[in-house]
Ligand binder design. Sequence first.
Ligand code: NAI
Ligand code: SAJ
Length: 435
Amino acid sequence: MNELGNLKIAVFGQGKMGLPLASVFAEYGINVIGVDINQMVVDNLNNGINHITEEPGLSELVSKNVENKKYTATTDGVGAATDADIIVILVPTLIDDRGNIKLDPVYSVSEIISKGLKKGNIVITEATMPPGTTEKLIPILEKSGLKLGEFGLAHAPERTMTGTALRDIKGQYPKIIGCSDERTHNIVSKLYDLINKKGTIKMSSIKAAETVKVFEGVYRDVNIGLSNEMALWCEEHSINALEVFEAANTQPFCHFHTPGAGVGGHCIPVYPWFVINTSNEVNPRITKTARELNDYMAHHIVELTIKGLNEFKKCLNGSKILVLGLTFRGGVKEFMKSAAIPIINELNSLGANVYSYDPLCDELDAKKYNSKLKTDFNGIDAIIVTSDHEEFKHLDFEKISKEVSTKLIVDGRNIINVSNATENGFRVIKVGNLK
Ligand SMILES: NC(=O)C1=CN([C@@H]2O[C@H](COP(=O)(O)OP(=O)(O)OC[C@H]3O[C@@H](n4cnc5c(N)ncnc54)[C@H](O)[C@@H]3O)[C@@H](O)[C@H]2O)C=CC1
Ligand SMILES: CC(=O)N[C@@H]1[C@@H](OP(=O)(O)OP(=O)(O)OC[C@H]2O[C@@H](n3ccc(=O)[nH]c3=O)[C@H](O)[C@@H]2O)O[C@H](C(=O)O)[C@@H](O)[C@@H]1O
């Protein structure tokens, strides 16, 4: 057991991040209330049923925690805040299509929390927050009648990935913590030391802690943008970018990322806007340019497909194109900013017959994103890979070569087994390598 054992924690948001976190707290003996606005999610969870199926180990953990009465779920946020000693906010932080930050879920949760906040409570934002926005919650939380100091405030960003969330939460990286006062820091660092074997890093302020997480995302988006830009340069100069990146990355200061169809998800393409949109003096042009280039890559995939079809004296109009992958990346059923969406729309606008297949999706998903579900390769003129699902790494090209009408693959995620494909007569075009 642990000295935090009689603690009660409420985690607002029981999605890809909130449920794994709540489940690990409960696994370590803490009483947890999972709060969500989705009644079906709450009902399933109270029956021990996990809806985040992409998370290995989570289903077993959810049912065990419910059985041990260490975890309950509810839609009653006020009740949960009233019962809890520590309250974690892990609901979506998003942007609109013009890059404007939308923190409505965080603000509405804070309003609810203020109705149940008690002296000595601690509120922790784990959702990725634009620097300075956790402290914007103070006036909302003070509607409780308490002043900051009578309750504690902290930011401890979630640094995990879907697919390895339980492993990551338990100690893949140290937990970054920024707190409003020493008492809060002592309690919050003890809490995360309990579940994270990599310990904690104490930041000098809440805002510094928010900035760490946002910068991790900016770093990734800008570096993917650099790799995409250098890949385009390599295409122009008939050089294999992937071969060059692999060799360059043997130098410890070089980290070329994988060039591809673009950057999706509600994280990496979002966080740069937290910097771009909150700066008046400095014009974050590198961050903005990388964002624009990454969004351009979807169009580039369509250009590569047109070029590839031309090699077979075929034109895009009227051709049958199979898009492999609707999700923004392999292993996660998430469509936000998925490259497949603009690619499918552009192919449709150019008169192609667009089909799609994604192991995590069904016919409704295919229709929703303007394509027709296809589970074979019959009559296909070009295959475009847009998500790095595990199964796309092991396609049987001997079988597929007998079904397609044109042996063309545009690999937007650099995952196709090129030798197997070329042995079976396929032309494989990759971002950064047209040979
Ligand atoms: N998905 C990822 O890989 C990672 C996400 N994050 C951050 O975690 C936060 C949450 O993201 P995800 O868990 O992926 O989102 P998600 O969409 O998977 O889950 C969000 C959950 O919050 C619930 N919710 C929405 N509004 C609510 C409200 N007002 N009150 C209570 N529940 C509400 C939804 O019903 C949903 O179950 C975001 O800030 C994201 O940036 C951080 C690291 C990794
Ligand atoms: C800095 C960092 O690595 N952030 C991770 C990221 O996870 P996420 O689920 O968004 O996946 P991701 O691997 O970053 O991929 C995002 C997008 O970028 C694309 N991508 C990724 C890596 C790469 O070299 N090239 C590339 O084009 C992917 O196809 C995908 O469309 O964002 C998560 C988050 O913050 O939500 C974060 O916790 C994860 O650790």
